[in-house]
Design a protein around this ligand. Structure first.
Ligand code: UTP
Length: 308
């Protein structure tokens, strides 16, 4: 696969669905949108915006809900805060505050009611340009590192057409928590990291799971997804599921491939996954890494000596 900048023409808009209720994070999400909870010092929504910008997106389209305006406000300038920091000579903080508004253009659409991820994506249709034949979707709950998976997905679309998903290989014990992909058997000569998708099974029992490849929160979708979303019925939990629309496209012969992500992935959607992401970021930071690592080792030693 060549690395020419042409892959950028594959999509211009990165859609970020952020209209969910965040119930797994209550009571915090009673008033604070889950997308604004910080990983160390940076909200999850800014992390995915950074990834989208790095992947060549020109515009972030946030799907937001009534009462969650602050998610979009995070990308506006705050001139009085900037003046204050400038006057105090706090240049590092000033850079941090200016980062989000300068990443890429940010627009929003409102999903009036949380009718599911598929419905949230369908809310983006009217805001796309008539010439945009594909869109990227990034779930702000999912932190996928290192960045670059969307570029790999764009190259796959440029070569093979259709839609492209991202998957992580999960332990067998976790398959029942994810949308699991049924994939073609890879020819021996082919790269194991790009496979044709034959179907998607939502949260299967281990005995029924067609693989251990779980769909992660990055999608590069052909515009045909909107036609499919109009034809599916509410699925699990009465919600319109994005995976059902993708499954419909596959049934109709639309090419869908998956790129297997071999880096790390954190799920910010629940307190346990969120904490791992925060600890990971802190351990990698110059400011907090050493101190936190030392404290964690002491804390864990203490636990194991308690157990003895
Ligand atoms: P999740 O199911 O992880 O988010 O959806 P949630 O619904 O906010 O969380 P819980 O289950 O109640 O704890 C994945 C992404 O899709 C968005 C969410 O905001 C999240 O970013 N979403 C989900 C919508 O935008 N609209 C919806 O109707 C549902």
């Amino acid at each position: 696969m060549n690395d020419s900048p042409d892959f950028r023409v594959t999509f211009r808009t990165a859609v970020v669905p952020a209209a969910g209720l965040g119930t797994r994070f209550l009571p915090a999400t009673k008033t604070v949108p889950k997308e604004l909870l910080p990983v160390l010092d940076t909200p999850g929504i800014e992390l995915v915006a950074g990834e989208a910008a790095q992947s060549g997106a020109q515009r972030l389209l946030i799907v937001t809900a009534p009462g969650k305006d602050r998610v979009v406000a995070h990308f506006a300038e705050n001139l009085s805060l900037e003046e204050h920091l400038e006057a105090k000579g706090k240049t590092e903080l000033l850079e941090k505050v200016r980062r989000a508004p300068n990443l890429l253009r940010v627009d929003s659409v409102v999903q009036d009611r949380p009718l599911g991820l598929g419905h949230a994506v369908s809310c983006a249709e009217a805001a796309l340009g008539a010439d945009e034949d594909a869109l990227a979707v990034l779930l702000p709950d999912d932190i996928v590192k290192p960045h670059g998976i969307l570029k790999a997905m764009a190259r796959v679309r440029a070569e093979r057409g259709g839609s492209v998903l991202c998957a992580i290989d999960v332990p067998k014990s976790q398959v029942s928590s994810y949308g699991i992909l049924e994939v073609e058997e890879a020819p021996k000569s082919a790269s194991l990291d790009v496979l044709r998708v034959l179907g998607v099974v939502e949260k299967p029992a281990l005995s029924e799971a067609p693989s251990t490849l779980a769909a992660a929160g990055r999608y590069l979708l052909d515009r045909k997804i909107f036609h499919a979303l109009r034809r599916i019925k509410p699925g699990v939990g009465g919600e319109l599921q994005l995976t059902d629309a993708i499954a419909l496209l596959i049934d109709e012969g639309h090419p869908v491939h998956v790129v297997v992500h071999r880096g790390t992935r954190h799920d910010l959607g629940n307190p346990g996954g969120y904490l791992r992401a925060a600890v990971d970021a802190a351990l990698n930071s110059e400011e907090y890494g050493d101190g936190l690592g030392k404290w964690l080792r002491e804390r864990l030693d203490l636990d194991s000596s308690d157990a003895n």
